[in-house]
Design a protein around this ligand. Structure first.
Ligand code: HGA
Length: 608
């Protein structure tokens, strides 16, 4: 999604801004731009496509300056085009980069047009530039007051970085529902939407809180709270490596990330499960006390993280914990009845997902017992806003389609489930706990199916639609498999619990419809086989991912089988998603799509 990098330096800032944008590329975007201010005034350069195209244009234009703002845009309002790319400017005086959505931009636009402002883009963001310009004139050229006055008129979510030609030594940045961090260098100061963008220039960061505004100059920085009072915010050291992560011997980040799964599963287990025992020191004592009292759980998430919630639901309910799993975007806009002793669990890879963050904010106003974030990014907004955190330890995930983050979410959620059972003195079969320690080797076995899966993927090369079937946890995994295929190959892939076939989707089945089914060796295997016979009877072509113990005698010769070997009951669904990820990957390779940055998608979904 959109990314912001900006700063005030003593050297030419342009290479720093461009490097920052490159570091944000993995988030997915469609255009990029940079603007600087110097003695000659405001200079801007924008380009569609990759940051590399912007770099070429910047070089040709010989753009230079000590104060600048830069942006990668993932279009929400207006097509991905140069005129819509940020920075947006007003009267050659104000330049603005904006992450988020301004919900009342049409009203503001109309009002500004009446006041004589001309718009040159279709974006909501340009209205912010003109509004700040109008306020700048009214405030006698005080940029901070102008920004604060302009944002008080905005509805929606935003992070903004702004400069003005008439005060060319400073940047003003602010946030409301969208992240922004201040990077503290030596004699140079920056802001960015993600600290990762600034790691080559600093390790010291200050996170802006909701509605904070920061003013940075070459001499220092000052944060103001929502009441426009100067405030102190904590400075944190970031330990992450500044190195940009490479693909190593792999063709794509996604491929590398799938093959890292055995390792990251082991990392997620570390210090939490050892020799078949739960390690109580993994959690703070007060959190364990809270787990002892939990009676219900509301899991709120989006996309792949939502599927992780669906998988864990049946395990939590088996442990006697009533569990509700819901899309954050739906939870946000309905009345919610919270039962006593309900734990609110949010799941997000990035911890920046706007819908999930907003859901947490809503939940905090309700009568929840406690708040847990299951997240992959320790310094993310979600982690900072929750009372407890369970880190998934997948390492940085670059591929837009989530793979290793999903598998580690499942492991972390299983760990949570086991800890709840232990805290509530419920009997835990030690064999179940031990199964997790064998999971990395099961992941290896799934990855070894790569060649066979690449072969089977050929049958989807010319297809435009398919069905995914599973039952129980297998349905949640099938839904994740379908999402991966959609994201990567643009094939319409719809997942159904196979018992639902006869209630509608069976009408879609004929001899041109591939039906991809997942059967693990559980109590639903026979039911699944009966459903597959319904498919076969209508000529449907089955691609079956199945445990080798499943009785497959009823399947016809056209069925293509991917034999998963003998999976372990407790971890079967975690391992079984890997072959489905590989399948989506190989279909995408055959289709020639952009595996790491599928069209229209972004890694951290920072807009609602
Ligand atoms: N609404 C703005 C910015 C979009 C954004 O933040 N995407 O992540 C635009 O469409 O330009």
């Amino acid at each position: 999604m959109c990314g912001i990098v900006a700063g005030v330096t003593e050297r030419n800032i342009v290479p720093i801004l461009l490097e920052g944008l490159k570091r944000l590329e993995y988030r997915g975007y469609d255009s990029a731009g940079v603007a600087v201010v110097d003695d000659s005034g405001l200079n801007r350069c924008r380009a569609t496509g990759k940051v590399a195209s912007l770099v070429d244009k910047v070089r040709q234009q010989q753009l230079q300056g000590r104060v600048g703002i830069a942006h990668t845009r993932w279009a929400t309002h207006g097509a991905p085009s140069e005129k819509n790319a940020h920075p947006h400017t007003s009267s050659n005086q104000i330049a603005v980069v904006h992450n988020g959505i301004i919900e009342n931009y049409l009203d503001i636009r109309q009002q500004l047009q009446k006041a004589g402002y001309e718009f040159s883009s279709d974006t909501d963001s340009e209205a912010v530039a003109h509004l700040i310009h109008q306020a700048f004139l009214h405030n006698g050229g005080d940029l901070r007051l102008a920004v604060q006055s302009a944002v008080s008129q905005l509805n929606g979510a935003f992070a903004l970085a702004v400069f003005a030609v008439d005060c060319p030594d400073r940047i003003i940045a602010t946030r409301h529902g969208s992240p922004m961090v201040v990077g503290l260098g030596i004699g140079e100061y920056f802001v960015a939407s993600d600290s990762f963008a600034l790691l080559p220039v600093t390790r010291r960061f200050v996170y802006l809180q909701e509605d904070d505004t920061v003013e940075i100059t070459g001499d220092g920085w000052q944060i103001y709270d929502a009441q426009q009072q100067p405030v102190e915010r904590e400075c944190v050291e970031n330990e992450q490596s500044a190195d940009l992560i490479g693909k190593g011997r792999y063709k794509h980040f996604m491929q590398k990330e799938m093959f890292e799964q055995p390792e990251v599963v082991a990392q997620t287990l570390q210090g939490r499960i050892h020799h078949g025992m739960l390690q109580t020191q993994a959690f703070a004592p007060e959190f364990l006390k809270a787990l002892a009292k939990v009676q219900q759980i509301d899991i709120i998430a989006c996309g792949t993280s939502y599927h992780a919630g669906l998988v864990i639901k049946s395990h939590l309910e088996r442990a006697g914990i009533r569990t509700n799993v819901e899309y954050a975007s739906e939870y946000l806009y309905r009345e919610v009845a919270v039962m006593p002793k309900t734990l609110f669990v949010s799941i997000s890879q990035s911890g920046e997902t706007a819908d999930t963050l907003a859901a947490l904010e809503k939940a905090k106003k309700l009568d929840y017992f406690d708040y847990l974030a299951v997240c992959n990014v320790p310094d993310s907004a979600l982690v900072r806003a929750s009372s407890h955190v369970l880190l998934t330890r997948a390492g940085r995930e670059i591929g837009v389609a989530s793979t290793k983050a999903f598998v580690t979410q499942l492991v972390a959620l299983h760990i949570l489930c086991l800890f709840i059972q232990q805290a509530q003195d419920k009997t835990i079969n030690p064999a179940l706990v031990q199964a997790f320690e064998r999971l990395p080797s099961f992941c290896e076995r799934m990855l070894a199916l790569d060649e066979r899966i690449a072969e089977v993927a050929k049958s989807l090369r010319d297809k435009s639609a398919c069905l995914f079937l599973g039952r129980g946890e297998g349905f949640a995994i099938a839904a994740e498999g379908a999402l991966k295929l959609k994201e990567l190959s643009y094939i319409q892939a719809q997942a159904y619990p196979s018992g639902e076939l006869k209630h509608g989707p069976l009408a879609l089945v004929d001899d041109s419809m591939p039906v991809i089914a997942l059967i693990t060796h559980d109590h639903l295997a026979e039911k699944m086989m009966s459903n597959l016979q319904e498919v076969q009877a209508r000529g449907g072509k089955i691609i079956l991912f199945a445990d080798s113990r499943v009785d497959k005698r009823a399947l016809n010769a056209q069925t293509q089988l991917i034999d998963l070997g003998e999976l372990e009951e407790m971890t079967a669904s975690i391992a079984a998603v890997i072959p489905l990820q590989l399948f989506a990957y190989h279909v995408a390779l055959l289709k020639g799509t952009d595996v790491d940055q599928p069209r229209n998608l972004a890694k951290s979904v920072t807009v609602e």
